[in-house]
Write a protein that binds this ligand. Structure first.
Ligand code: PEP
Length: 231
């Protein structure tokens, strides 16, 4: 299966550390998107000409009086092709709302950057409830979108905890997300994210309706990812 692997470095790796990582990086002909901190983006491009460059955030505004913000045009100018939006850590710690997330997605699309929209229920709950929660997040974030997107299903309770859903739970939600996006007429790839690593990838890779993975902790380690890329 030709999976997409989107690596979320979060607030890890200095520019020097990213340079070292990229000099040893071998995607083994896999589709790997490196979502590095803003300060490291130029090191992805400079040290690996074929790497797919992602960012982890973007301003909902275009250029102007927004101190400390980075707009979509600045990302596009650096060669960024993908950007994570609505990660649960930003929803929680930066109080990002669905309205802001929709604006960020609009700014990215204007610059031909593919959004990687993160959705997922905050706690373990029954499918009837979690699917409503996720559907609402999708509808609010993508209300003005017609172009292709990537949606990452990340149950918040699985991120960084080692507590992963069963394949059946992943399949049910990813199938549901594909259905929602079809109804909205949006072309999309659906990723799974949450404690995916070299110990559980063989099992999770068998889940149906999954086009790839959004990976946090494991993505920081080249040796762990090499095992995963081999399949
Ligand atoms: C994430 O933060 O998007 C994530 C999936 O993290 P981890 O793989 O560490 O659970």
């Amino acid at each position: 299966m030709n999976f997409i692997y989107a690596l979320n470095f979060k607030m890890n790796k200095t520019a020097t550390e990213t340079k070292e990582y990229m000099q040893k990086f071998d995607s083994q002909n896999r589709t790997v998107i490196i979502c590095a901190p803003f300060t490291s983006i130029f090191e992805i491009k400079n040290n690996h000409k074929d790497a797919l460059i992602g960012a982890q955030n973007v301003s909902e505004f275009t250029s102007g009086a927004h101190t400390g913000e980075i707009d979509a045009k600045m990302l596009a100018d650096l060669g960024v092709k993908y950007c994570i939006v609505g990660h649960s850590e930003r929803r929680k710690f930066n109080h990002e709302t669905d309205e802001q997330i929709a604006e960020k997605i609009a700014r990215l699309v204007e610059q031909n950057i593919t959004p990687i929209l993160c959705v997922g229920e905050p706690n373990k709950m029954a499918f009837e409830e979690s699917s409503k929660f996720v559907e609402n997040q999708i509808k609010l974030a993508l209300k003005n979108v017609q172009s292709p997107v990537i949606v990452a299903y990340e149950p918040v309770w699985a991120i960084g905890t080692g507590d992963v859903p069963t394949n059946e739970q992943i399949e049910n939600m990813c199938e549901f997300i594909h259905k929602c996006l079809n109804e909205l007429n949006i072309q999309a790839k659906v990723l799974y994210g949450g404690s995916y690593n070299s110990k559980n990838y063989k099992t999770i890779n068998n889940a149906k309706f999954v086009d790839g993975f959004l990976i946090g902790g494991a993505g920081l380690k080249l040796d762990e990812m090499e095992l995963i890329y081999k399949g």
